[in-house]
Write a protein that binds this ligand. Structure first.
Ligand code: GTP
Ligand code: MG
Length: 181
């Protein structure tokens, strides 16, 4: 029985919402207060979900990257990130979400909606309720996180990959059933 899968996880969001910071904290447990904009970066992290070894190939993609569409095509699941201190980052995320739905031909996207920078509560521009409402419209989980304080960062990545492990489990069970009958 297959007990390992590989999964390409794309981190999507406006400039400066903290995509790279979330990846760095998740993979290297390292947060940097400095801002180094980047077009795309790749990370690899192994996690274990329900007795399944999952190798996460993490694609940290800026929407301005010339290979944005190519990377989106390759992705199995998505972390959609906005910055709770920046209302505009939600608008940007909405338009990126629409673009990705078209690129993925409106297939069901395994995804998690992330409100980052929840440590800066005094500059909050996006209410928790708005994130929750959006996640219900999208049919996905919503998590407010902080890359800076490493709050719920692993949970966000794991939750996203969790969906794929469930799909894999179903496939394995179906295959097993077929062999028996
Ligand atoms: N206070 C706080 N700052 C954060 C957090 N996450 C990221 N930052 C800061 O926000 C800035 C932008 O973070 P990045 O991770 O570079 O953002 P990005 O989305 O990768 O940006 P691009 O590469 O331009 O698309 C940096 O100065 C980070 O230190 C957080 O959770 N809390
Ligand atoms: Mg970046």
């Amino acid at each position: 029985m297959q007990n390992s899968i590989e999964c390409k996880l794309a981190v999507i969001g406006d400039n400066g919402v903290g995509k790279s910071s979330l990846c760095e904290v998740f993979v290297k447990d390292k947060f940097s207060a400095g801002y180094n904009p980047n077009e795309e970066e790749f990370y690899r992290q192994k996690i274990r979900i329900n007795n399944l070894d999952v190798t996460l190939d993490i694609l940290d993609i800026n929407f301005t990257s010339p290979i944005f569409q190519k990377l989106v095509h390759q992705a199995d699941c998505f972390l959609f990130v906005y910055d709770i201190t920046n209302e505009h980052s939600v608008e940007r995320l909405l338009s990126l979400y629409k673009e990705i739905l078209i690129l993925k031909e409106h297939k069901k996207l395994p995804k998690v909606l992330i409100g980052n920078k929840c440590d800066i509560f005094d500059k909050r521009e996006v209410g928790y309720d708005l994130g929750l409402k959006l996640s219900m419209e999208w049919g996905c989980q919503f998590i407010e996180v902080s890359a800076k304080l490493n709050t719920r960062v692993a949970q966000a990545f794991t939750q996203c990959a969790n969906y794929l492990s469930e799909v894999n489990e179903m496939r394995v069970k179906q295959k097993h059933c077929c062999c028996v009958t």
